[in-house]
Design a protein around this ligand. Sequence first.
Ligand code: S3P
Length: 170
Amino acid sequence: MKIVLLGYMGSGKSTVGKQLAKNTGMKLVDLDHEIERKENLKIPEIFAVKGEIYFRKKESEVLLEQLNEEENAIISLGGGTPCYGNNMKIALEASESVIYLKVSIPGLVQRLSKEKELRPLIKNIPDEELPEFIGKHLFERNIFYNQANLVIECDGKSPEQISEEIESRL
Ligand code: S3P
């Protein structure tokens, strides 16, 4: 069984993925970590040195590879992964369930204002402009995110609660 977790930056994909892996005994594959391992560079360095287009190509390549290689795994995507190339279609076809961890704009602003540094797409956005930036970005990305098989409303819920909700709805 393959489960794919997606959602905007800061939506808790990695944390929920860890919890879900612990509860189910499934392996967790974090796509960003896989890319970092293969490139031997951290994500901000890949963006700075090789550029976003290079990153997006690598991201699609590593997604395909992981979906082909893994048999029983939770695959946690980067925030932008579903929105480029055929990635969303491929994820839907190659997995049993694609799950969107949905967080409101105020929820994302609250989480991301503390964690901008490691995220090249938002690190230069002033805090006061974050709500508008995230709102517009989510509007574009929701076209892809909303194709998920399952949408979990995550505001005000702990990773344990979200993980249990996913397990009960699989
Ligand atoms: C990105 C999200 C990041 C990472 C890269 C680009 C995006 O992952 O893949 O910085 O386009 O939303 P997280 O969602 O884990 O922050």
